[in-house]
Design a protein around this ligand. Structure first.
Ligand SMILES: NC(=O)c1ccc[n+]([C@@H]2O[C@H](COP(=O)([O-])OP(=O)(O)OC[C@H]3O[C@@H](n4cnc5c(N)ncnc54)[C@H](O)[C@@H]3O)[C@@H](O)[C@H]2O)c1
Length: 281
C-alpha cells in the first residue's frame, strides 16, 4: 500500500491509484478502452459483460476481474458489485456503459416488444448499476463517482432511433435525480455523451443502413467529414475514455449532475453556415 502511494506521488499520471472501478459493457469498444485507461491509471477494474471470452481476456491483460453480467438482470449487476467488494473491499467508480443500438424505423410502426427489450438494457441496466453501486458507496462512506454512458442523441434529435434516443434522454434525467439524492454522501453522478465513435455497434448500424462493406477506419473518416466541427477528426473510443477518466478521478470532485458531450462540437453548432465568419468583401 505504502509503495503504491509513493508510486502515485512519483507518477502523476496515475490518477486513479487504489480506486476500484466496475465497468459494464467493458469487453469491447468504449468500455474496453476505458477499462485499459483506468487500469493504466492505477485502478483495479471489474469488467461486467455478456461477451465472456473478450471480457475475460481483457480483464486478464489489465490484472482485473471479469464477471458474466447481463445488465438487464438486477441480480447480475449486484453480483458484479459484490465481486468488487469481495476482491478489494470497496467500490469507488461505477461506469454504466453497457448498451445496445437499434434500427426501428418509423414511429408509426414502432415494435413495442423491441422498445421494451432496448429499455431493459440501456435504461434498466443503468438503474441497476446506480442502485447497487450507490448502496456499496454509501456503506463505504468515502463517496464515489458514478458515470453513465449516455449519447449525443439525448441532446438533439435526428441522431438515432426513437427507442435509443428515449433511453439515453431518460438516462440523463436519472443522472440528475440520482445526483441530487446522493450528493449528501459525496457520491457524484454524471453522464458522458459520445457521438460517432467508430465501434462495432456503430459499424453494424451503418452497414444495415448504407448496405456497404466498410471498415472501422473508413467509418471514422466518414464521421470526421460529416459529423464533427473538427474537420476530418472522428471520435475514438479513447477520446471518450479520457472524459470518463476525468469524471472518475478526484480532479472532477466538484462536478456532479452533469452531461459531458464528447461530440466534436456537433450538438452545439452547425457548420453549414460558416461562410458568415468570412470577412466581408
Ligand atoms: N459508438 C458510438 O458512437 C456511441 C455514441 C453514443 C453512445 N454510445 C454508447 O456507448 C456505450 C458503448 O457502446 P460502444 O459504441 O462501445 O459499442 P459496443 O457494441 O462496442 O459496446 C457495447 C458493450 O456493451 C455490452 N453489452 C450489450 N448488452 C449488454 C448487456 N445486456 N449486459 C452487459 N453488457 C452488454 C456489449 O457486449 C459490448 O461489450 C453504449 O451505451 C452506447 O449506447 C456509443
Amino acid at each position: 500500500m505504502e509503495l503504491q502511494k509513493q508510486e502515485a506521488q512519483q507518477s502523476p499520471s496515475k490518477r486513479l491509484m487504489d480506486k476500484v472501478a466496475v465497468i459494464t459493457g467493458g469487453a469491447r469498444g468504449i468500455g474496453a478502452a476505458t477499462a485499459k485507461l483506468f487500469a493504466e491509471n492505477g485502478a483495479h477494474v471489474v469488467i461486467a459483460d455478456v461477451l465472456d471470452d473478450l471480457g475475460a481476456s481483457l480483464a486478464e491483460s489489465i490484472v482485473g476481474r471479469f464477471i458474466h453480467c447481463d445488465v438487464s438482470k438486477e441480480e447480475d449487476v449486484e453480483s458484479a458489485i459484490n465481486l468488487a467488494l469481495s476482491w478489494k473491499g470497496h467500490v469507488d467508480i461505477m461506469l454504466n456503459n453497457a448498451g445496445i443500438g437499434a434500427i426501428d424505423g418509423s414511429i408509426t410502426s414502432l415494435d413495442m416488444e423491441h422498445v421494451k427489450h432496448l429499455l431493459s438494457i440501456n435504461l434498466n441496466g443503468t438503474i441497476h448499476g446506480i442502485k447497487h453501486a450507490a448502496r456499496a458507496m454509501i456503506k463505504g462512506q468515502k463517496g464515489g463517482s458514478i458515470i453513465c454512458t449516455s449519447s449525443a442523441a439525448a441532446i438533439m434529435g435526428g441522431l438515432a432511433s426513437h427507442a435509443y434516443t428515449m433511453s439515453k434522454a431518460a438516462m440523463d434525467g436519472l443522472v440528475r435525480s440520482a445526483a441530487c439524492e446522493l450528493g449528501v454522501h459525496l457520491i457524484r453522478v454524471n453522464s458522458i455523451s459520445p457521438h460517432g465513435v467508430a465501434s462495432d455497434m456503430l459499424l453494424s448500424a451503418f452497414k444495415r443502413f448504407e448496405k456497404v462493406d466498410i471498415t472501422l477506419e473508413e467509418l471514422k473518416g466518414h464521421i470526421g467529414k460529416r459529423a464533427s466541427l473538427l474537420q476530418g477528426k472522428g471520435a475514438t473510443a479513447e477520446d471518450v475514455a479520457h472524459a470518463a477518466l476525468f469524471l472518475a478521478s478526484d480532479e472532477s470532485s466538484f462536478i456532479t449532475a452533469h452531461t459531458f458531450p464528447i461530440d466534436g462540437g456537433y450538438t452545439s453548432a452547425v457548420s453549414h453556415m460558416s461562410f458568415i465568419y468570412q470577412d466581408p468583401k
